[in-house]
Design a protein. Sequence first.
Length: 244
Amino acid sequence: MPHPNKHSGKRNAETFEFRSIGVIATPFKQKFGIPRQSQALSTAKGVIQFASDINPVNACRGLDAFSHLWISFIFHENRQRGWKDTVRPPRLGGNEKVGVFASRSTYRPNPIGLSVVKNIGLNKYNELEVAGVDLLDQTPIIDIKPYIHYADSVSDAISGYAGDAPAKRMQVNYSALAYSKLKIVLNTYPDFEGVLNNILEQDPRPAYKSTMKDEKIYSVLLHNVDVRWQVRDTINYVLDIETH
């Protein structure tokens, strides 16, 4: 019997159903400002809170022997927007198109993401703490696997237009008002300054903005803290910090 799509070379799509094993709590309350790669570019920490039918002590037995983990997750806020077969990667300035499968775009045929994170281990609440996250707060997690260095790291890999890690492009300065408020925030979130500087040093604006005069005041929400800043030459200048 001939293949049903012999001449087209295409197959009919199959449908699968997944369930989340829990969600991850992170400082990132909005997509804007999240580092574009995980372990390589992010210093933020996250906590995976498991679903009620999973016993973390059993499911994570032996995981403490691994320093890093693969986390599979769902881009849950992107599902309604759909996807296109070509995208404009930020690393190409947002001007040149490549195929979606040649990109790390969050808008994909299936909204599945994959990140490498540092394994901190189960805390006293049997939540899994990790570091180097690039996930939106309350992102559904669908799987966790150990990172194995000899199998998962390819020393002679070629990474195309994303071959070199992006350098820190911006200096971060604070107004006197913002810095006084920052010291108060640090009492509640000790890692806040490091995470904020990590974001602003990478210049989270759309790529095309870096080549033009930009007087816009930007805002990013971390935890329940709203940070407003403005670009001044090559400096991201934090104007104010407000806790909600």
